[in-house]
Design a protein around this ligand. Sequence first.
Ligand SMILES: Nc1ncnc2c1ncn2[C@@H]1O[C@H](COP(=O)(O)OP(=O)(O)OP(=O)(O)O)[C@@H](O)[C@H]1O
Ligand SMILES: [Mg+2]
Length: 320
Amino acid sequence: MSEPVLQLRHLSVDYPTRAGVVRGADDINLTVYRGEVLGLVGESGCGKSTTGAAIMRLLRPPGKIAGGEIIFDGQNLMELSAEEMRRLRGARLSMIFQDPLTCLNPLQRVSDHIVETIQTHRPEVSEKDARKQAAELLDRLGIRAERLDDYPHQLSGGMRQRVMIGLALALNVDLIIADEPTTSLDVIVEAQFLDQLRDLQRQFNLTIILITHNIGVVAELADRVAVMYAGKLMELADVRLLFDDPLHPYTRGLLGSVPNINLTDDNLQIMGGSPPDLINPPSGCKFHPRCPRAIERCQVEEPSFKEVRPEHWSACWLYE
Ligand SMILES: Nc1ncnc2c1ncn2[C@@H]1O[C@H](COP(=O)(O)OP(=O)(O)OP(=O)(O)O)[C@@H](O)[C@H]1O
Ligand SMILES: [Mg+2]
């Protein structure tokens, strides 16, 4: 594998609320390598956005990092000041959300967004050259010259997402965290956007953490997949390996709920119930109340997340 861009070590996030402390991410250990697309999947409320936002140090209040390290390019982000973090976010890390309208200045034309981004980070580039680069970049993203002077609200959702990718490309960021980037798009536009994202990813060797509840999107784009449940990592493997031979009963349940994935009957499991309340999570393995294969030990002791086969990680007593 290539060099690590990001390493999460024992990362935990708490949301102190009136009802109690919600542990949104719990002891996450994960390495992201340059040039890979890492899919982060799991049911709603399992901690995907929390993990993504923690990396950017952009947690919504009252969220705070309760422990652990975020090593980005050899540096522990926990040690940076707010100002240093702001600079890093602009220049080397980029987050793409479900609705890019909230991130784009409504009063700024598309071309100006890109020109300003280029000039902020590379002041030596003249306005004329920055305009030329912006036009080339947008052309590459399939946004034609006549749209350059449009405002964000005049663009379709798919185009806005492409502008967000364009901003990340203009900066040549080291890591893109995309949180449900296609959820607001209709299926046709989603398919086009995913095609284009895949092309750009290959062309520019982009490193992307792709957060989604959509297993189909992961199948299409991800190189590796991390599965989360109740704030914990449950399984991590190459996408083919994960689909062909899922180890964790939760992963099997998750894949079993997707109609178009070919799983052998052995692997298919229908999952009942719903994720736990994270203020009072179950003892032991947090999945045990829903797990069809739970044994006594699962109720009392939490399994650690470990490499149970080469490059295949899981947190489950079945593989001890
Ligand atoms: N601002 C907040 N205040 C309190 N609790 C929060 C806050 N944001 C998230 N949580 C809790 O943290 C846990 C993880 O939520 P998170 O949003 O990370 O899940 P998710 O996997 O991104 O879900 P979804 O698929 O619905 O986007 C949930 O239990 C959620 O209720
Ligand atoms: Mg989310």
